[in-house]
Design a binder for this molecule. Structure first.
Ligand SMILES: Cc1ncc(COP(=O)(O)O)c(C=O)c1O
Length: 383
């Protein structure tokens, strides 16, 4: 049985062409660290690391490659940003669609008298901007918001949120886990202060590499999350203040950076617009097919406006987990069932506690894959 992978919102597979070769070439033929040696290999590794910072700067329309920081994933990026910024008495505003990568660090800070409010979202997962405004307090320091829901694919109008932050002198941090590589995420147009990304989803790179872009003012006001060797200022026992070293202690994930570099090249060559239009074409076909299945409830947006290629369904007459399991077992179709690490999003969408069966498409899926999923659902849901 041919397997069909429709779980790209969790992690993309396959990775972009060139990723595996770039990683294996680095491990087989280079293997040097950066900032810690004088060999040709170390210089060539340093070149790729800087080239990757530059490519990410271009992708996010961000003018300072040295302010692109590598971490192991967006969860780490958000922890570094949240815990490095907030201090006792601070308040932040989030949306009710956030992933636990935002909610768990914020809840962990409750004991330090750091609070948050959730701006409400519609049952399509779209931010209610009026609700956001009502949560503003004198002690509000930041707005932290996901660009697109990992549960139902709704994309938020973050330009409006960025303008609100600018007017009210708030720091604006964006979780671009589901949009980087799928649609434009423009640092300057959004008036963002930091944008966090992860390499292994729509950026089509390997696991274990992520990062964030951070503007100069925010970088200088933040505390570090970890400290240690950077290969620079080695005679001092104090973490350097300059970038990117301030936030990059320890040997970086060089295989991951080489892999991400190749993935970024692929995205540039292919163009975000063509990636996006292909994924939306698949999503449109899937939504059309779902609409012929009377026992399927499509969760969130029903159309292609302001959305990614993530579609969640609820099956009130069936057990969601059983259908997800049977899709895989009997038809080789991999989906994800449950809460998708975003319980608040499910409360917003009316799918708590049962969760949803989530289908998510990538640039490498085909119309045939979509049709096979619809056909399998038709069979499994037959009365
Ligand atoms: C919106 C969003 N934020 C954060 C994350 C966490 O990503 P990672 O596991 O790569 O840190 C995810 C992954 O599911 C996500 O979809």
């Amino acid at each position: 049985m041919k397997s069909i992978y429709l779980d790209h919102a969790a992690t993309a597979f396959p990775k972009a062409p060139g990723v595996v070769d770039a990683i294996s070439d680095y491990l087989l033929n280079n293997g040097a660290s950066v900032g810690r040696g004088l060999s040709e290999k170390a210089f060539s590794a340093e070149h790729i690391v800087f080239d990757t910072r530059e490519r990410l700067s271009t992708l996010f329309n961000f003018p300072h490659p040295n302010h692109v920081i590598f971490t192991k994933n967006i969860t780490e990026s958000l922890n570094v940003l949240i815990k490095g910024l907030l201090t006792q008495g601070d308040h932040v505003i989030v949306s009710s669609m956030e992933h636990n990568a935002v909610m768990r660090p914020l809840n962990a800070l409750a004991a330090s008298n750091i609070s948050f409010s959730k701006a409400s979202c519609s049952n399509e997962g779209t931010l209610d901007f009026e609700s956001l405004k009502t949560h503003l307090k004198p002690e509000t320091k930041a707005v932290i918001m996901t660009h697109a829901s990992n549960v139902c694919g709704s994309i938020q109008d973050l330009k409006q949120v960025g303008e609100f932050c600018k007017e009210n002198k708030l720091i604006f941090i964006v979780d671009a886990a589901q949009t980087a590589g799928f649609t434009s995420v423009d640092f300057q147009a959004l008036n963002a202060h930091a944008i966090a990304f992860t390499g292994h989803k729509s950026l089509l790179g390997p696991q274990g590499i992520g990062g964030f872009l951070i503007d100069k003012a925010l970088a200088s006001q933040m505390r570090t999350f970890i400290e240690g060797g950077t290969g620079s200022l080695s005679d001092q026992e104090i973490q350097p203040e300059y970038m990117p070293d301030k936030f990059e202690a320890g040997t970086p994930n060089l295989p991951g950076i080489f892999g991400l570099n190749a993935a970024l090249k692929y995205i540039e060559e292919t163009s975000i617009e063509s990636i996006r239009s292909h994924e939306l074409a698949l999503t449109g076909r899937f939504l059309e097919g779902l609409s012929t299945l009377p026992t399927v409830k499509i969760i969130g947006k029903q159309d292609l406006v302001n959305r990614t290629g993530v579609v969640s369904i609820d099956l009130p007459k069936h057990d969601n987990a059983e259908i997800s399991y049977r899709l895989y077992k009997e038809y080789g179709i991999a989906t994800r069932c449950g809460m998708h690490c975003a319980p608040s999003a499910h409360e917003t969408l009316g799918t708590f506690p049962q969760g949803t069966v989530r289908f998510s498409f990538s640039h490498f899926n085909t119309i045939k894959d979509v049709d096979a999923a619809i056909k399998a659902l038709q069979k499994l849901l037959r009365p």
